[in-house]
Ligand binder design. Structure first.
Ligand code: ATP
Ligand code: MG
Ligand code: MG
Length: 548
């Protein structure tokens, strides 16, 4: 079940094990702790941990914390929680910042070999000098400093003698390389900032392209899997490994990142949604973060199955969000208790039912999974049905309740609508019906047929509850017009309703999941539910047009 699907990365690994290039594979998941993980990261987690599991290898969780300005221990903790929740356990837990000393020494090695120099150009000048794809770069006037001068300046950078941006350390490679990444890339920058792990120890920090290969090599990573944007960085990755004389030579392999319809998936954008209060935190149930999906009600199994199904490819494409929904429906189908909840209540009085009587009816907990057994639900003279299940003047083919029509109440009786009660403004506030005792569910009544079956809750014992229904946070159709993603936010992504649940569910716990008849799958919200009132997040509605 937990096998990854066949893909080109898996084939490389099979080959490397067969030829003896590696005896054991070691992968890593290397998030930068500058935000919460999202569903795209889940794809990478399932791939890296999944491959190692399958081939008895190891996977490290490594925090790529080389940018003190954006990183925070809150993110470190959330990332650990999310990886574990997805069902994976890491072998080594590392911080890139633990390797700062070694990286510094490797940089000195490069300087000594004449492969790196301290440059005084500003960031903007460096960009200008770099040239473009059609135009070669220009060499920095500082490129030919002596080794001694470079060693001295780099040490003084480290000792804090210069201000942010005043100097950088650059690799000395080739300013006319067709690959822009090879035109003397920056290896170190100055940042006088407190680091979440190393505090004030350092004021120079390595750039990603220098740090990452060294991190991989130190840990003995065999296959360094990253997203396609890094394909053009691979020559630099290999250059760093070689020129820094690292013993281990990890292989960088790129795969297509996950993109989902109606979803923004960069931590920078997600952070903006949080900071500007478009959502109520990183775990808002509308967020594509792991913590948001968890709070919405997605299960680890559903996400792992989704990741397996989308597979691993070499070209970018966008996956339909409905595919993710497909997997949570599949996962909950046989697991979730099927109960009745009324989201928009309309009172029905059954005029021929005795005033004080309450009877208990037998209800199956999940007709597709008989092992889940049955429960007792109460029925009495007043019940609630959905407002949309009654129409005074229905169109053709409306089989629910309307004056003179008879319907079945799920697990109970047939009722017939006789009278409509309205307030002074003409709004329907109550329906009067009669029931037929002969039609009781489970008695095998076959006397006549009705076309509609309605769900309901007993008004006497019903428990008030809040329901939160969600629509996509981002509207794709608006996005096509080249607007900022903030202009594509759906103003109607959350609808809050006050209704009722069966009394059986009063003691439901946070994160417990249910299927409400005709409404879909719901999760007990862990943040807003109280002893007095449960709050339910709709995970997904029941039906979709999506076909696998
Ligand atoms: P973002 O742009 O969302 O901040 P990132 O790539 O900067 O993403 P990292 O924390 O550096 O985030 O990512 C950790 C790992 O997760 C990397 O190996 C990266 O390739 C992978 N990853 C990130 N986003 C996706 C995605 N959408 N699909 C697949 N893998 C992803
Ligand atoms: Mg990154
Ligand atoms: Mg990033």
């Amino acid at each position: 079940e937990n096998k990854t699907s066949s893909n080109f990365i898996k084939n490389i690994i099979i080959d490397d094990l067969k030829t003896g290039k590696h005896k054991e594979i070691i992968t890593r998941f290397p998030p930068e702790p500058n935000g919460y993980l999202h569903i795209g990261h889940a794809k990478s987690i399932c791939l890296n941990f999944g491959l190692a599991d399958e081939f008895n290898g190891k996977t490290n969780l490594r925090f790529d914390d080389t940018n003190p300005l954006k990183e925070d221990t809150e993110y470190v903790e959330s990332i650990k929680e999310d990886v574990r929740w997805l069902g994976f356990e890491w072998d080594g837990l590392f911080f890139a910042s633990d390797y700062f000393e070694e990286m510094y020494n490797r940089a000195i090695l490069l300087i000594k070999k004449g492969k790196a120099y301290v440059c005084d150009l500003s960031a903007e000048e460096i960009r200008e000098y770099r040239g473009t794809l059609t135009e070669p770069g220009k060499e920095s006037p500082y490129r030919n400093r002596s080794v001694e001068e470079n060693l001295d300046l780099f040490e003084r950078m480290k000792n804090g003698e210069f201000k942010d941006g005043e100097k950088v350390l650059r690799a000395k490679i080739d300013m006319s390389s067709p690959n822009l990444n090879m035109r003397d890339p920056v290896l170190y920058r100055i940042a006088h900032a407190k680091h979440h792990n190393t505090g004030d120890k350092w004021c120079i920090y390595p750039m990603y392209d220098f740090a990452h290969p060294i991190e991989d090599a130190i840990e003995g990573i065999t296959h360094s899997i990253c997203t396609l944007e890094f394909e053009d960085h691979r020559p630099l990755y290999d250059w760093v490994i070689k020129e820094c004389e690292m013993e281990c030579q990890p292989q960088q392999i790129e795969f297509a990142r996950l993109d989902l319809t109606n979803t923004v998936m960069s931590k920078r954008k997600l952070k903006q949604l949080v900071d500007q209060k478009y959502v109520d935190g990183w775990d808002d149930p509308r967020m594509p973060t792991i913590s948001g999906l968890r709070r919405r009600g997605f299960t680890p199994e559903s996400i792992r199955n989704f990741a397996r199904e989308i597979g691993v490819a070499k070209n970018n494409s966008t996956v339909d969000y409905q595919m993710l929904e497909h997997f949570i429906r599949e996962d909950l189908k046989l697991k979730a208790l099927r109960t009745m909840a009324i989201l928009r209540p309309l009172k029905v009085v059954i005029t021929n039912y005795p005033e004080d009587k309450v009877e208990m009816l037998n209800a199956e907990n999940n007709p597709e999974n008989p092992e889940m057994g049955t429960r007792q639900i109460s029925f009495s003279r007043e019940i609630y049905i959905e407002q949309e299940d009654f129409m005074e003047n229905p169109p053709k083919k409306y089989f629910r309740l309307f004056p003179g029509n008879e319907v079945r109440l799920k697990h109970a009786y047939f009722i017939k609508c006789n009278e409509v009660i309205k307030d002074e403004n003409g709004n329907v506030i109550e329906i009067h019906c009669t029931y037929d005792p002969e039609t009781k569910s489970g008695t095998g009544f076959t006397g006549r047929k009705v076309k509609g079956t309605l769900h309901w809750v007993d008004a006497k014992n019903a428990v008030p509850a809040e329901f939160r229904l969600y629509e996509p946070l981002i509207l794709d159709k608006d996005q096509e017009e080249e607007k900022s993603f903030l202009d594509c936010i759906n103003p109607n992504s959350l609808e809050i309703l006050q209704g009722f649940i069966e009394p059986n569910m009063k003691s439901a716990k946070p994160q417990e999941k249910f299927q409400f008849f005709r409404h879909g799958y719901f999760n007990v919200d862990p943040k807003y539910s109280t002893e007095e009132k449960l709050v339910f997040n709709r995970i997904v509605s029941l039906k979709s047009s999506f076909k696998m």
